[in-house]
Write a protein of this length. Sequence first.
Length: 210
Amino acid sequence: MWKSEVQVWKARLDLDPACISGLSQLLSEDERRKASRFYFARDRRRFTAARALLRLILGQCLDVAPARVEFAHSASGKPFLRDTTLRFNASRSADIALMAIADGLEVGVDVERVHPQPEMQRIARRFFSSRDFAELQKAPAEAQAEVFFRLWTQTEARLKASGLGLGGARRQRHEHWPVCEVNPEVGYAGAVAAETCGINLTLHEFNFSV
């Protein structure tokens, strides 16, 4: 694979039922049970497609069948692969999924659909750095939702890369990790962070075919 490179894969998740049926066969029994718990069929389909994306790309990198990819979890709950230097992270929002993958670098990725957020100020005050919070306050009212989600995805990507999660948001060790904006679609914000001095990022689009 590649050193010092982060690949980001984007996929649309709203697929026809026949495609979803085929992708479901790639998932583990536990993943299929999780999919079945979603109340709305649309959400079940999107979860299935996002998990299949993860398995298809990792399987290709590891040269194993997608259904045979096995995940482990760190103490903080971050998924990883045993016995390989491959690192990955994934995120989805509405009908868009992003997956970041690197060799030997911890990575984090986040994607969010931009929408009105009534709790924006409270969330930003709690989780944003002082610099990011000040940037949000300076933004004009009509642009605040877009600025909020741009900064939120950067914060979340760093936290996910470090494995801290939101519970570690006030710790400082993740804040020096570089982060790159990713613009997957109009109306979405995205970001990827990595444990490196700089990110050599390539963006790819994944087209499902089963």
